[in-house]
Design a protein around this ligand. Structure first.
Ligand SMILES: *Cc1c(COP(=O)(O)O)cnc(C)c1O
Length: 377
């Protein structure tokens, strides 16, 4: 491939040289080499520290979506009532996975420009709470809204509803306390804040969620998305299928890099600085509240076409930024200030290029976006 742009998209993110080298490290037979079982377990331990859990963590061979589907496939028995907490594209889409496995899905619809309103959810649950599990999204990546999972998950738990949380774009950037917040299944992916190659899902699954899977009357359909096939993998030194060892070597290296680089403080400081710079320049953020520190969604100024911004960012600066899809298509600009992208110098050159591109397209800004940014860090 030629002319690879500097990717500042909200996933996949940049991959460091160290992680790329880890991909090509000499590898062993992961089915037979006992050392690999220790290595896999150790990598899972690092993921546990990222999300603050003592419960089981698994790494699955498939992009983030595999985790969403596996959780729904493993929990849903035909006819189960499932609550889909929806305030965005990923939130709403989660319901489709539950339906695919036969659930009767009920939607709790929130404001698409705000975090889930916990009081409204509480009122809703007082009237209807007979759900096996609920699906929700921590960071709605298209809008950059960070939902208050620290309130939602304990509330669901108080009604005996299991929670399945898509934290694909927040793990490694915004804080998650899975055990303290009573989160039953937490889902992550390799290509967002972790900044490893795309293609891996990882997830935590606690005892309550495992019990619900083991207590099913109707067996789980499928194999690849059946989480119970992992039972006792470590004790038996047996993986259900050959593990993608090179991808896991890279994932392990990427998590080490994140843990070494004060990741929560870095995302908090730089995420806020990007948002403040954007607003001081006269641009508008899409969320009204509940801001993510891993992605920034900016409303496209009137009269400007997203394609022009995207193309000029590449042709003039070789920097790739994100747009959005579905109802947000052509309406927003997104910067992935997550993982390996989340460094002051990388954000500075991105905002400097964005400033030049928007001005060249006739957009009036207050000062310069990049100078406003640098004043904030
Ligand atoms: C990226 C992402 C996923 C994985 O989906 P892809 O579109 O296949 O990358 C799932 N959930 C969220 C919230 C994500 O940001």
């Amino acid at each position: 491939m030629k002319n690879i742009p500097f990717i500042m998209t909200p996933g996949p993110t940049q991959i460091s040289e160290e992680v790329r080298n880890a991909l090509s490290r000499i590898s062993t037979n992961p089915d037979l080499d006992k050392n690999f079982f220790e290595f896999y377990k150790n990598t899972c331990g690092k993921i546990k520290s990222l999300i603050n859990t003592e419960e089981e963590v698994l790494i699955l061979d498939g992009e983030g979506i595999l985790g969403l589907e596996a959780a729904c496939a493993s929990l849903t028995e035909p006819g189960d009532r499932v609550l889909c907490i929806d305030n965005g594209i990923f939130g709403r889409g989660f319901g489709d996975f539950s339906k695919m496995y036969g659930a009767e899905v009920v939607y709790f619809k929130g404001d698409y420009r705000s975090g889930i309103d916990i009081e409204k959810l509480e009122e809703f649950l007082k009237l209807d709470n007979n759900f096996k599990y609920a699906t929700l999204v921590h960071c709605e990546t298209p809008t950059a809204i960070l939902n208050p999972i620290e309130e939602i998950c304990p509330l669901l738990n108080s009604y005996g509803i299991l929670s399945v949380t898509d934290a694909v774009s927040s793990i490694g950037g915004d804080e998650i306390k899975a055990d303290k917040w009573k989160m039953d299944i937490v889902l992550g992916g390799s290509q967002k804040c972790i900044s490893a190659p795309s293609g891996l899902t990882f997830l935590s699954i606690n005892k309550r969620a495992k019990k619900a899977m083991n207590d099913r009357k109707i067996p789980i359909t499928g194999f690849y998305s059946n989480l119970t096939i992992w039972e006792d993998w470590y004790e038996n030194k047996w993986f259900p299928y050959t593990q993608p060892i090179n991808s896991i070597l890279a994932l392990d290296c990427a998590i080490d890099r994140l843990l070494r680089n004060d990741y929560l403080a870095r995302h908090k400081t730089l995420g806020l600085a990007v948002r403040n710079a954007v607003e001081k320049s006269g641009l508008k953020l899409y969320p009204k509240d509940s801001f993510s520190n891993t992605v920034t969604t900016i409303i496209l100024p009137q009269g400007i076409l997203f394609e022009d911004v995207f193309d000029k960012m590449i042709s003039d600066h070789n920097i790739m930024i994100g747009g959005a899809f579905d109802y947000l298509s052509g309406k927003v600009i997104r910067i992935g200030n997550m993982g390996e992208n989340c460094y002051e110098e990388k954000l500075y050159i991105t905002l400097k290029a964005l400033d030049a591109v928007l001005k060249s397209l006739g957009c009036k800004l207050k000062g310069n976006i990049h100078e406003n940014f640098i004043k904030e860090v």
